[in-house]
Design a protein around this ligand. Sequence first.
Ligand SMILES: C[S@@+](CC[C@H](N)C(=O)[O-])C[C@H]1O[C@@H](n2cnc3c(N)ncnc32)[C@H](O)[C@@H]1O
Length: 195
Amino acid sequence: MTLSEAAERNKHPILEKLRPLLRNYTAVLEIGSGTGQHAVFFASALSHLVWQPSELPDKLILLTSMCRNYPSKNLTMPLPLDIDDDRWPVVHADAVFTANTLHIIHWPQVCRLFRHVGALLPQQGLFCAYGPFNVDGRYTSASNAQFDEWLKSRDPGSGIRDKADLQSLAEKYGLSLQNDLIMPANNRLLVWRKS
Ligand SMILES: C[S@@+](CC[C@H](N)C(=O)[O-])C[C@H]1O[C@@H](n2cnc3c(N)ncnc32)[C@H](O)[C@@H]1O
């Protein structure tokens, strides 16, 4: 896996939103950490909390080497975590972060992800999901519509998710939407709190 230019671009605006949101949180589990660019950057910037990256078992090599090359005291070594596997690693986390995964994984996997996150988080725990999302069944930009077409041409089960569908799912697992933050390049940061 090569480094992600998008992750380099979006890590600063995401951090700007995460910093106040995570001020009173102690441990973040990141799902689908990819190259680890977000993990190393957020861990070094948010030194008051522990950042736990994770990835599919067969994609851990690059992520682990990124974490070894850019260590922080509060950055733990990546864990294998496959959303499809019901035996998630036992992790203490009062917040969960995921970027650009909900449009990649299939809808049954999105459902499984919310179920696990709802079970894992304590009361007041936060779930922050960054990426492109539709609103009221509509694309928020022409570029997102093109991106969705491209996603589905490669994998018909993938695609940009609608905020309302995610909201219904989240509510089923005790998570209520706290923030819908508009981000650069037609992305959003959706933030749910367990209550
Ligand atoms: C588009 S990449 C996003 C990577 C990174 N979060 C970022 O924003 O640069 C989607 C990530 O989801 C991960 N992923 C896909 N299926 C998964 C699954 N079943 N369980 C866990 N992660 C998965 C992929 O390995 C990939 O790293």
